[in-house]
Design a protein around this ligand. Structure first.
Ligand code: IVH
Length: 669
């Protein structure tokens, strides 16, 4: 293939991948299998590696983000980012309609939309390509968060069709769907971090993260609702947004054009109850005059458009009695308090329990047993207590105190400095921790053993399985003798356990449930160490040399393997035949230029992205270090390398390679 043919092919691959991406994420209608998609993506990645001159920040390969650490640059908005006037009842909406009709001297069509509860974003496209994404900031200027926004899969990097303006801005709301919110908070709780209060905070916090590779994993989404200045191209707002939808933007299907304010009120009534069925938060309805001409005539006040208004839903809140607080112990030993409430109707369901998260939240609320508490339904499936009605507090109520001992095994709880959660340290004999560990071990992401939670409970209660190694000693006769088991189900379980022995090293490692070793970290560790033996004897300094492994993870790994009981467990798992070795079919090395060497990358580069450099290092036998130490062999330095890092490199006498010198060493330019 000639260079220009390669370029054409790259462009075509990108367009194809974007089309499938749109079908998958925006239309929920996949047009290709995951396997085929990955194959095309890999082909594109390979071509982009080989032909860096055709690199493009809007390539679908860039959706994974990067770990570049950059402060955000402030950018002025071309059109100020205004907010909306709020209304809270029918009367105020009728007043809004009255003002509009008076100013225009006629009645108008309105567009009704959901008011998405997230964080606003303005994205500029030039020639159909995503150019820049800026947050609201103070309304006049905001932060350039383009790198993070590029990782959001529903946001098009390249537009479809050809009838879009050469340059235009589109605005929308970046949100975190409930499912992602629950997952992130569960992960935070497990790490002892304070959970996000609601999906809105989580969305804006995520958008401001410094590491776009982390953002990519969070599951943000975006609905678009406004194109400043673009209405003049179309009859009205509804028509502009319909065009935007055709170009690939996610415009809510709930958007509706109506003929009168009475229809608007009907729309609001419908969503006041239906909103709880949506997979994300809305805090109201936005009403917009549709016609472009009338919008122009109505114009803006200093803060808000005169042609639009928000109707805010009342936060659904009820008052009920706090009956008791129970404490649940999770797989990692984290103790979570749960409020048991007098059952009460809230937003279409009966609420009996509310999460309290941790001791700080109990203290902040000043909860007493028997208090009348305000309960609200936010983004979470489980509602939360937002306050106490002090006027209704009876005499002599006892304050809620956090436990000092584990409710399951009686061990004294510990709370480490800087952590929000209390832990039960008795990880090897505390029943819910053991069951939790077994459940984690057999989960899909780990050993993928086909057994329900009730089965784990049964195996544990019967005394047959007290740790994950016991699973491999189970005999068919023992299982079939258990209640509710038949020949077939017992056989299936035994077969599934047997099959799990073939799971790759990284899954088995993840399955051990070492604190802070999630699926990604397990993968990194399994790539850096050939087998569990070498990992188990690694010192913290060796571990932190591995890409993405910091001090906290390293300490946790060392601590895990220092425990004799864990060593014993691994011995048994090895004897059972589990796969604790790296795949022998490693990516074939291109050369040994960096064999046994550890390279640290810092700064920004001209010819290649950091991801590309990392892959090149690995392909030539080297390893990537996350921080500079005496073990670092080379520092690959780009522009704007941090001064403290540079000083350390010089102090330790580590050779510095420029991007070109590095490429020369592997005979590439
Ligand atoms: S239109 C000039 N439409 O709510 C008017 N805003 O409280 C531009 N929001 O600033 C905004 N959903 O961040 C519009 N369907 C929607 C919206 C929406 C959420 C946000 C947006 C806005 C804020 C006002």
């Amino acid at each position: 293939m000639s260079e220009s043919e390669v370029k054409q092919h790259i462009i075509q691959l990108r367009a194809t991948l974007e089309k499938h991406n749109h079908a998958y994420y925006n239309l929920n209608n996949p047009t290709i299998s995951d396997f085929e998609f990955d194959k095309l993506l890999k082909e594109l990645q390979m071509l982009e590696d080989q032909f860096p001159q055709f690199a493009d920040p809007n390539s679908p390969t860039q959706r994974v983000g990067s770990d570049r650490n950059e402060e955000f640059v402030q950018v002025a908005h071309k059109y100020p980012m205004l907010s909306l006037a709020n209304t809270y009842n029918e009367g105020e909406l009728l007043d809004f309609n009255g003002r509009v009709e008076k100013l225009l001297g006629r009645s108008v069509e309105y567009v009704c939309e959901l008011k998405f509860d997230g964080t606003a974003i303005g994205i500029t496209y030039i020639n159909g390509k995503l150019e820049r994404a800026v947050t609201r900031g103070d309304g006049q200027k905001g932060d350039d968060v383009t790198a993070n926004v590029r990782t959001i899969k529903t946001i098009p990097l390249m537009l479809k069709g050809n009838d879009f303006p050469e340059e235009f801005e589109i605005r929308g709301e970046i949100i975190l769907p409930h499912s992602s919110f629950e997952r992130i908070n569960a992960e935070r709780a497990e790490r002892g971090e304070t959970p996000f209060a609601n999906p809105r905070n989580a969305a804006s916090g995520t958008l401001k993260m410094q590491n776009s590779a982390q953002v990519a994993k969070r599951g943000l989404d975006c609905f678009f609702y406004y194109m400043p200045g673009a209405n003049k191209l179309q009859d009205g707002h509804f028509e502009s947004m319909t065009h935007a939808r055709n170009w690939g933007f996610k415009v809510s299907d709930e958007m509706k054009k109506v003929g009168s304010i009475q229809d608007v009120i009907q729309f609001i009534k419908y969503w006041d109850t239906e909103r709880y069925k949506l997979p994300f938060d809305t805090d109201g309805i936005v009403v917009k005059v549709n016609s472009a001409d009338y919008q122009g005539e109505l114009g803006f006040t200093a803060k808000t458009p005169r042609w639009a208004v928000a109707y805010k839903f009342k936060a659904e809140q009820v008052v009920t009695r706090l009956l008791s607080v129970t404490f649940q112990v999770g797989r990692t030993g984290a103790v979570t308090p749960v409020a048991n409430l007098e059952p009460v109707q809230l937003a279409g369901t009966v609420v009996k329990r509310a999460s309290l998260h941790n001791a700080d939240i109990i203290a902040e609320l000043g909860l007493h047993l028997g208090d009348m508490v305000m309960v609200e339904k936010g983004g979470e499936i489980i509602p939360k207590i937002v306050g106490v009605d002090h006027q209704q507090r009876g005499l002599g109520l006892e304050p809620v105190v956090f436990l000092h001992h584990c409710p399951e095994c009686g061990t004294a709880l510990v709370r480490s400095e800087g952590e929000a959660a209390h832990y039960c340290p008795n990880e090897n004999s505390c029943p819910p921790q053991i069951k939790g560990k077994i459940e984690h071990f057999i989960s899909r992401q780990a050993m993928d053993i086909n057994a329900a939670e009730a089965t784990v409970e049964q195996l544990y209660n019967s005394g047959l399985v007290k740790n994950v190694a016991d699973l491999y000693d189970l005999k068919f006769e023992q299982v079939v003798a258990l209640e509710r088991f038949a020949e077939k189900s017992a056989r299936n379980l035994i077969d599934s356990i047997e099959a799990s022995k073939q799971q790759p090293f990284h899954k088995a490692l993840f399955g051990l449930g070492i604190r802070f070793v999630g699926a990604t970290v397990a993968k990194k560790l399994s790539e850096a160490f050939t087998d569990i033996q070498s990992l188990s004897t690694a010192k913290a300094e060796q571990l932190t040399q591995v890409d993405e492994i910091g001090e906290r993870i390293a300490q946790s790994v060392v601590q895990y393997f220092a425990d004799e009981r864990n060593q014993l467990l691994i011995q048994r798992l090895l004897q059972a035949g589990l796969n604790f070795k790296s795949d022998s079919v490693k990516k074939e090395a291109l050369s040994n230029a960096f064999l046994g060497k550890i390279l640290v990358i810092s700064g920004t580069f001209v010819k290649h992205s950091r991801e590309e450099l990392k892959e090149m290092i690995e392909a030539h036998g080297g390893k990537i270090g996350s921080s500079v130490s005496k073990n670092t062999s080379y520092m690959v330095a780009g522009e704007n390398m941090g001064p403290s890092k540079l000083e350390k490199v010089i102090q330790l006498g580590i050779p510095i390679l420029s991007e070109d010198q590095f490429l020369e060493m592997i005979n590439k330019d």
